[in-house]
Design a protein around this ligand. Structure first.
Ligand code: SF4
Length: 472
């Protein structure tokens, strides 16, 4: 049984895409690491991108991720302010400092190949490294970016990305999770915390999860205070800062905490709260679209849903408290792992239901636990949230993670809150659809979905909204 930690589900990285940016970046790090001593003898290096990675790779920044990954930068810590200058330098000089060890000739125009009409069998997001060494030998390695920043190397199985760890309470399905909660008397977050002890101490887990929240809220705050247009040529204007300015008016604040309190004290009407939830989600995804630091939750395209719902919780429903944040994220994470194990969190496999749908289900469960819901109500909230995302396609205009992606996060957040409210007032024993049934349905829907709606920009809005190629 696959064991996935909360820190696997929530990864600190760089936008705009977990599968097309973070995954390829990590594949490059893995590849250069595996080169070992051979790195000194690299004569020529080419990277081939297949399937969805090729079709939407330019808009999703896959080429940028390849260059930064091959240079050996860590996506969690690399200062995103330097992305343009670093990549611009490689393009201009046509050389790359491989793993910051040896300089090689590398012209991105001729060394990164977007093979739009070719697919590899295991997964639509495939990439292959062809590396020629000085004495003529060739190293060829293939990797798959399987969604959410998880990477698999060919011939490995999927667990190669996550450690094989024996957990006290292994969970493969929602019914497993419910059973463990019943047997131990723990909430979902309690079961997660017990399992996380297999990886690290409770204190380390708590600190790491709170660090995740710190990055999320920093992203919200920065996004609410950055204006202008998003990169990529679609001329999409940032709206979070406009909304923030309109709603804050001249209320004074100086940092995140004073801003949060000013929002909380500023009103409680339906429109007011709705606008703020939208604003939080827009803020994250505008940062994501701008190649800024975000948390994969469980993907980058859907990175705004969970922070927006958690920000809603700590602003409008409860006082900010570390333990509540921890419980929210642990519960949300466990729901995400069930979708990853039994269906997919990759849009290239399942369309947008696998991204926004899963993030909404995760957020709904986290919110429900923090608002005092029982375990069956948490599972019911996750089920409701996914049920109303079934069949949602992925059709990003211009291959950019902007339209419809950014607004879609606002919808995912609001659906999560609605799902939680419905579950809190419902009797789960009377529910017609279980979470396991909806996970199965989502996976079957994914398999039936036409490939043009799976992160290829070959269908949907991507072909019906005319854009000038010169603009993109
Ligand atoms: S449409 Fe949905 S799945 Fe596709 S890139 Fe946008 S957010 Fe991701």
């Amino acid at each position: 049984m696959e064991s996935i930690s909360v820190l696997d589900m929530f990864k600190i990285g760089v936008g705009p895409s977990s599968s097309h940016t973070l995954g390829p970046w990590k594949a490059c790090l893995k590849f250069t690491d595996r080169l070992g001593g051979n790195i000194e003898n690299v004569k020529r290096l080419e990277v081939q991108l297949y399937g969805s990675l090729a079709k939407t790779g330019v808009g999703h920044g896959t080429d940028v991720a390849v260059m930064l990954g091959l240079t050996g930068f860590d996506p969690e810590t690399f200062d995103t302010e330097y992305i343009d200058s670093t990549v611009g330098g490689i393009r201009a000089e046509k050389k790359l400092h491989l793993n910051r060890t040896v300089w090689i000739r590398f012209n991105p125009d001729t060394c990164i190949h977007f093979l739009k009409n070719e697919m590899l069998p295991y997964h639509p997001n495939a990439m292959r490294f062809l590396c020629e060494l000085e004495k003529g030998s060739l190293i060829r390695e293939t990797y798959y970016s399987v969604g959410g920043g998880f990477v698999v190397q060919e011939d490995d199985d999927e667990l190669s990305e996550t450690e094989h760890v024996a957990l006290d309470y292994p969970v493969e399905s929602a019914s497993d999770l419910a059973r463990w909660c019943r047997q131990t008397g723990l909430p979902i977050s309690g079961v997660v915390l017990e399992n996380e002890k297999a990886w690290r101490s409770e204190e380390d887990t708590r600190n790491s999860v709170l660090k995740i929240w710190e990055v999320m809220r920093d992203c919200i705050y920065k996004g609410c205070h950055t204006d202008g247009y998003l990169p990529g040529g679609l001329q999409v204007m940032r709206r979070a800062s406009i909304l923030n300015n309109r709603m804050m008016g001249d209320k004074p604040y100086r940092d995140y905490e004073t801003w949060r309190r000013a929002i909380r004290d500023g009103g409680e009407g339906f429109d007011y709260i709705l606008d703020w939830v939208s604003c939080f989600a827009l803020a994250v995804n505008e940062q994501n679209a701008s190649f800024r630091r975000v948390v994969t939750a469980p993907t980058n395209g859907a990175a705004g849903v969970i922070p927006a719902v958690l920000q809603y919780l700590v602003t409008f429903r409860e006082n900010h408290c570390a333990d509540m944040v921890f419980r929210f994220l642990c519960t949300a994470s466990e729901i995400g792992t069930i979708f990853k194990k039994r269906a997919t969190i990759s849009a290239a496999m399942g369309g947008c239901q696998a991204e926004i749908g899963v993030s909404s289900a995760m957020a709904a469960a986290g919110l429900t636990e923090c608002l005092g819901g029982s375990v069956p109500q948490c599972l019911m909230a996750a089920e409701i949230a996914m049920e109303h995302h079934l069949g949602m396609t992925c059709d990003p205009i211009g291959g950019l993670v902007q339209v419809p992606c950014i607004e879609r996060n606002t919808m995912g957040a609001i659906k999560a809150i609605t799902a939680s409210q419905l579950a809190l007032y419902s009797d789960p024993d009377k529910a017609k659809v279980s979470l396991d049934a909806v996970v199965k349905t989502m996976w079957e829907t994914a398999q039936d979905m036409n490939s043009k709606y799976k992160e290829t920009s070959d269908g949907g809005l991507a072909v019906n909204i005319p854009i000038s190629l010169s603009e993109c």
